[in-house]
Design a protein around this ligand. Structure first.
Ligand SMILES: *[C@@H]1O[C@H](CO)[C@@H](O)[C@H](O)[C@H]1NC(C)=O
Ligand SMILES: *[C@@H]1O[C@H](CO)[C@@H](O)[C@H](O)[C@H]1NC(C)=O
Ligand SMILES: *[C@@H]1O[C@H](CO)[C@@H](O)[C@H](O)[C@H]1NC(C)=O
Ligand SMILES: *[C@@H]1O[C@H](CO)[C@@H](O)[C@H](O)[C@H]1NC(C)=O
Ligand SMILES: *[C@@H]1O[C@H](CO)[C@@H](O)[C@H](O)[C@H]1NC(C)=O
Ligand SMILES: *[C@@H]1O[C@H](CO)[C@@H](O)[C@H](O)[C@H]1NC(C)=O
Ligand SMILES: *[C@@H]1O[C@H](CO)[C@@H](O)[C@H](O)[C@H]1NC(C)=O
Ligand SMILES: *[C@@H]1O[C@H](CO)[C@@H](O)[C@H](O)[C@H]1NC(C)=O
Ligand SMILES: *[C@@H]1O[C@H](CO)[C@@H](O)[C@H](O)[C@H]1NC(C)=O
Ligand SMILES: *[C@@H]1O[C@H](CO)[C@@H](O)[C@H](O)[C@H]1NC(C)=O
Ligand SMILES: *[C@@H]1O[C@H](CO)[C@@H](O)[C@H](O)[C@H]1NC(C)=O
Length: 381
């Protein structure tokens, strides 16, 4: 049964590919192949710095551009560019509008270079684009609204640039296939869109370290496939919406330094998939829910709440949190076995990393914390 389905799928995919080749071949009088070549040559001519002479020596017109480094084609003989991967090449320059002519492009990755300037509106013509990775470059200006018209896009990673402007409310209705939207470490501002319900496929959303303002929209609670949500280091106002408790696939919630003033909705601790909760440096008040590790929640590993105005006692049931590796309640006015907690805090503070790189090493640090967890649970529980 499974085999038959696979075979059927493969033949279907093959038919699609042949059709695409056919369309590419029969699409009128335009010479698409030479248009793809001239788009790549336009890019090459806009590279102002290429320390390893990669494009200068490799992108030579005496061989088909399908053999050029980082260029991948489909439909051999028709020579249509489907992927362009120039990541980690130390290139400097701009992305020229001609790139919008690569109409078969599905994968575009120029991450970890020094591309600058604005993103050309013509990028919105890439109707087949699925993966769009520009992270760690020097792009500035706003995202052209045409890009939000490329309805095939599944992944957008613009992390670590100097992009600004606000996000349109229609983002989700125009990009319904988005699974990943990473815009952190930029200068985006304005309210974050309220209407997330239509981004049904979204699994990873990161808007942290920007200048977003306004309320955290309740609509975020509709993203039931969301696994990672990073919104920290922005200037929001108001509460942590209780609808977040509806995010039944959520594993990481990071909302530190976000100017939140509310109690912590107990619904958050109802999410059975939750592993990491970073809510430190806000103005959260009230007491900790008693059932932060109720029998339904097996996975909670990190609970970072330092720098808030939480009161009351540390729930006795914290010892039910058998997976907890990091608990940080410093700078609150909680009572309890604080002296034992503080040993954990010291380590926890050291690994509450702010930078991207440090955070990536967090797993290692957490492994080292396991010992502390045992100490705390046996001597202080
Ligand atoms: C298309 O352009 C390429 C490269 O310039 C050229 O070699 C080829 O002959 C052209 N094909 C047609 C059908 O004009
Ligand atoms: C360009 O790089 C590709 C991939 O490394 C290689 O196969 C090709 O031979 C190179 N072409 C030239 C002209 O150096
Ligand atoms: C192709 O171009 C490259 C770089 O411009 C050059 O090194 C190489 O000799 C050329 N090969 C042929 C066959 O012309
Ligand atoms: C883009 O390239 C970088 C560096 O090679 C890689 O780490 C990253 O996973 C790529 N992005 C996507 C979405 O494939
Ligand atoms: C490619 O794009 C440029 C700029 O967007 C445009 O002027 C040109 O006509 C397009 N077509 C071809 C075949 O190069
Ligand atoms: C951010 O991007 C710049 C290049 O624009 C790079 O030098 C830097 O290492 C990147 N930072 C991180 C944390 O990746
Ligand atoms: C987006 O697409 C619609 C219709 O497909 C078109 O009318 C509109 O002008 C496009 N917007 C941009 C900014 O390209
Ligand atoms: C989002 O969820 C709310 C209830 O929390 C519901 O009223 C609304 O219709 C949902 N929106 C979409 C687009 O699914
Ligand atoms: C922080 O939140 C308060 C109240 O919610 C609001 O009045 C204030 O403007 C916010 N501060 C910033 C910097 O956004
Ligand atoms: C937690 O989940 C249980 C069972 O699904 C439900 O009865 C309870 O109301 C929920 N509590 C909160 C605070 O959402
Ligand atoms: C916590 O564990 C104790 C046993 O160690 C149990 O009696 C209690 O019901 C548990 N509390 C919750 C909220 O799960």
């Amino acid at each position: 049964m499974e085999k038959a389905a696979t075979t059927a799928f493969l033949s279907f995919a093959l038919v699609l590919m042949v059709m695409q080749c056919f369309i590419a071949l029969g699409g009128g009088t335009a010479n698409y192949s030479s248009s793809d070549e001239s788009a790549l040559l336009a890019l090459k001519s806009h590279i102002t710095y290429d320390p390893n002479h990669i494009l200068a020596t490799n992108w030579s017109t005496n061989t088909s551009f399908c053999n050029w480094l980082g260029v991948y084609c489909r439909c051999r003989g028709r020579d249509r560019v489907t992927s362009l991967d120039l990541s980690h090449m130390d290139l400097k320059g701009i992305v020229p509008p001609q790139i919008g002519n690569l109409s078969f492009l599905t994968y575009f990755n120029i991450s970890h270079n020094h591309f600058n300037g604005h993103l050309p509106a013509e990028l919105g013509q890439l109707r087949r684009l699925k993966v769009f990775d520009l992270h760690s470059n020097d792009f500035s200006g706003e995202i052209p609204s045409s890009i939000f018209n490329s309805s095939s896009i599944q992944q957008i990673n613009f992390v670590n640039n100097s992009l600004s402007g606000s996000l349109p409310d229609y983002l989700c209705s125009h990009l319904p296939k988005l699974t990943l939207l990473w815009l952190s470490y930029n200068e985006f501002s304005g309210d974050i869109p309220s209407n997330w319900g239509e981004c049904r496929e979204l699994q990873h959303l990161s808007l942290e370290v920007n200048k977003f303002t306004g309320l955290i929209p309740r609509g975020i609670g509709n993203l039931t496939l969301l696994k990672r949500l990073y919104l920290g280091s922005n200037n929001f106002q108001g509460e942590l919406p209780p609808e977040m408790g509806n995010l039944r696939s959520l594993e990481t919630l990071s909302l530190y330094s976000a100017n939140l003033t509310s109690s912590i909705p107990s619904s958050l601790f109802n999410i059975s998939s939750i592993k990491e909760l970073y809510l430190y440096e806000n103005q959260l008040f009230g007491s900790l829910p008693m059932d932060i590790c109720s029998s339904d929640v097996h996975g909670l590993e990190v609970l970072a709440l330092y720098g808030n105005q939480l009161t009351g006692s540390i729930p006795q049931y914290v010892s039910n949190c058998t997976s907890l590796e990091k608990l940080d309640l410093n700078s609150n006015t909680l009572s309890g076995k604080v002296q034992c907690v503080s040993a954990i805090l010291e380590l926890a503070l050291r690994c509450s990393a702010d930078s991207l790189e440090e955070r990536m090493n967090m797993r290692d640090v957490l492994a080292a914390l396991k010992k502390i967890k045992i100490l705390y649970l046996t001597n202080c529980g």
